[in-house]
Design a protein around this ligand. Structure first.
Ligand code: UD1
Length: 360
């Protein structure tokens, strides 16, 4: 059986690495990896392949940045060529990026069955590009691997019930596997003179925050008012918007430690030892829960509603005062139920795909 895996953006490298390991251990499956080139800076891409031991992509499409239409269209053209030449039995896509959308569109037009990992998530906000990507991908997919019960229920509401599997979250596999290595190898706490539990970690990159000057300003003002150190790894989009809206001043206070995007080991280390995480990232909200660190979500809605229900995550939006007040009021919840499976998601998906292929 031949699987063609499409990846392109940072979180997809983290998701793909564990399933790639599982696929590799099965001599019945050959995996061909295509990297669209959506993320191309070394610290957004190459460093992850190296650290996570992901096989070098068989195809690199070098699509790069552009408007959503242009970026997705370029991927579509190139992915169609690769899929025709490789002739895979299954196309495997991850998450909700433009690379996911392009991979599933190209495959569906060529009648190649699609497997979607991290299926069924909804923010119910169609202004979010990721929401469109998820909706389309889920409706085109043949196997839908859901990280949470809420995700399976979302699919059911949309009439998708066949081949829907509650497998747990593949990012939890990565966290369990790599956290001990990360803590052993990363020197980031020492490099930034940080002490466990004595700093906040913040990431901001969602278009709804970075492209709206008022929201971005309001979030950065909150970081400015916090009383402990704040580690702020700057996504390239955020960096360019901070400059464009002339907001650099807001994050020039000495307690704000601006760093380039972090590699996975540094990120796991900084995240696991933080006092609170403030983020608009989907992945980091979950990782905060997995690492038992309270999270403040800088958005108006979240796909990870179970993290809110357990009290580990707080949906706060972009209002300065509300962010600052929520940080002050944070308490450690007593319960920490296993929301994201048992860390064996990649094995489960691998088995379902093999069994499903034999039925095709
Ligand atoms: C994408 C995904 C998002 C995912 C995120 C993780 C979509 C619609 N969004 O958003 O779901 O959570 O990745 O990071 O697919 N840039 C660089 N160097 C890079 C990559 C990007 O400079 O290596 C700049 C480009 O100028 C680009 C901007 O960052 O315009 C945004 O890049 P984009 O490809 O849209 O992805 P993300 O915003 O990261």
């Amino acid at each position: 059986m031949k699987i063609l895996t499409v990846v392109g953006a940072r979180p997809q490298f983290i998701k793909a690495c564990m399933l790639s390991k599982a696929i590799k251990s099965n001599s019945k499956i050959e995996e061909v990896i295509v990297h669209t080139g959506q993320h191309y800076d070394d610290n957004m891409s190459a460093v992850f392949f190296k650290q996570l031991n992901l096989p070098k992509p068989d195809y690199y499409l070098g699509v790069g940045s552009g408007s959503h239409g242009k970026q997705t269209a370029k991927m579509l053209v190139e992915l169609e060529k690769v899929m025709i030449s490789v002739n895979p039995d299954i196309v495997l896509v991850y998450g909700d990026t433009n690379s996911t959308l392009a991979g599933s569109l190209a495959a569906s037009k060529l009648h190649i069955p699609i497997a979607h990992v991290e299926s069924g998530l909804r923010s119910f906000n169609k202004k979010m590009p990721e929401e469109i990507n998820r909706l389309v991908t889920d409706h085109l997919s043949n196997w839908l691997f859901c990280p949470s019960k809420a995700a399976t229920e979302n699919l059911k509401r949309e009439g998708i019930v066949k081949e829907v599997y509650l497998t747990g979250d593949i990012m939890y596999d990565s966290v369990l596997y790599y956290k001990p290595l990360a803590l052993q190898q990363s020197t980031i706490l020492h490099d930034l003179s940080l002490k466990k539990n004595n700093y906040y970690l913040s990431t901001v990159h969602r278009a709804e925050n970075t492209d709206e000057p008022e929201r971005l300003k309001s979030i950065l003002e909150a970081l400015q008012q916090l009383k402990m150190d704040v580690v702020l790894p700057l996504h390239p989009r955020t960096k360019s918007k901070v400059n464009q809206f002339k907001l650099m001043e807001l994050i020039s206070a000495p307690h704000i430690k601006i760093v380039d995007p972090l590699n996975y080991f540094d990120m796991l280390t900084v995240a696991s030892q933080a006092n609170v995480i403030l983020t608009d990232s989907g992945g980091l909200q979950k990782e905060a829960y997995m690492l038992k660190v309270p999270c403040i979500t800088l958005r108006d809605e979240t796909e990870w509603i179970e993290t809110l229900q357990t009290g580990w995550n707080h949906l706060v939006g972009a209002d300065t005062q509300q962010i600052v007040d929520t940080v002050k009021a944070i308490q450690f919840p007593k319960e920490h139920p296993p929301l994201f499976g048992d860390g064996k998601t990649s094995q489960k998906i691998n088995e379902i795909l093999v069994e499903g292929f034999e039925r095709l």
